[in-house]
Design a protein around this ligand. Structure first.
Ligand code: MN
Ligand code: MN
Length: 287
């Protein structure tokens, strides 16, 4: 584990999150926020570990804008800003929820932030993933909310956003232990719904599913994006990129992430930090 690079990626992720949080205002376009935050990450000497996600209200995750999508933040929107930076493949992954111009969902947002805080306080070598899930679930239920059960935190590997561990937001009975040397993201999703997401249309985020024996433009694209998620917006320098993305998905070379929305369109809030566990320390890289 290259702690130095993880720390640097974490610091940049944190700063980009705080910067992006201030940009989200009524009338501002999703596209501008995503582009500015990604530029901030690049200008800081890192690369985005995945496209900036701006998932609004009942959408829990995986919306990233495209130019011309005509989406602007509206008063009352509950916006999950989820972003990541990487240095040489060492990733930070962090998220915050912002309510635009109102304070109707303050306690939902607080519930998810508090669940994350409570988990961080409890992290120790040997803690199991179900113990973590139980802390999330208990905290959220104290506020009267549910966790989203089919969204999880995850281990982080080099150039690997979802590596090994899956860390539930409820007590799923799993006995996987968190051990020194692990890097991982904890991300409690809180909802006033029953707590399940389903796939929806659109999203504009892709990842290489096939990673060997690639040919032509796909080989070039893989050299650029590696095994990390990338945005359709980032492909405009490839000729006919829209058809490349479509064809790549049809052929199974690429995977297209669908948006994930609360099943009955209830509200969703999310908070996320990246954590390193060493022999004697719990390091929250994005705080
Ligand atoms: Mn994230
Ligand atoms: Mn994550």
């Amino acid at each position: 584990m290259d702690i130095k690079k993880y720390l640097e990626a974490g610091k940049i992720g944190k700063e980009a999150r705080e910067y992006g949080k201030e940009l989200i205002k009524e009338g501002v376009s999703y596209y501008d926020v995503a582009e500015k935050v990604e530029k901030y990450i690049r200008d800081s000497g890192a690369l985005p570990a995945f496209p900036v996600n701006l998932s609004v209200n009942n959408i829990a995750a995986h919306y990233s804008p495209i130019k011309g999508d005509n989406l602007y933040f509206r008063k009352g929107d509950v916006v999950k800003l989820d972003l990541g930076a990487h240095i040489d493949g060492y990733i930070s992954d962090t998220a915050v929820t912002v309510e635009v111009g109102t304070n109707k969902w303050g306690d939902l947002i607080e519930a998810s932030a508090e669940a994350l805080n409570n988990v961080i306080k409890a992290i120790r070598p040997g803690i199991t993933t179900s113990e973590i899930g139980k802390i999330v679930e208990t905290t959220l239920s104290f506020y009267g909310y549910n966790p989203i059960r089919n969204l999880t935190g995850h281990g982080l590997g080099r150039y690997d956003l979802h590596h090994g561990l899956s860390i539930p937001n409820y007590d799923d009975g799993s006995s996987t232990k968190i051990l020194p040397g692990m890097a991982f993201a904890i991300e409690p999703f809180a909802t006033n719904g029953r707590g399940y997401v389903r796939e929806g249309k659109g999203g504009n985020i892709y990842i290489f599913r096939k990673r060997e024996n690639l040919k032509g433009i796909y080989k070039e694209m893989f050299q650029e994006f590696k095994a990390l998620p990338f945005a359709a917006r980032w492909c405009t320098h490839y000729e006919n990129y829209q058809s490349l993305l479509r064809k790549g998905s049809l052929l199974g070379i690429l995977y297209h992430f669908p948006i994930l929305q609360e099943r009955k369109r209830f509200m969703v809030a999310q908070t996320e930090h990246t954590i390193l566990l060493t022999q004697d320390e719990v390091i929250v890289t994005t705080r």
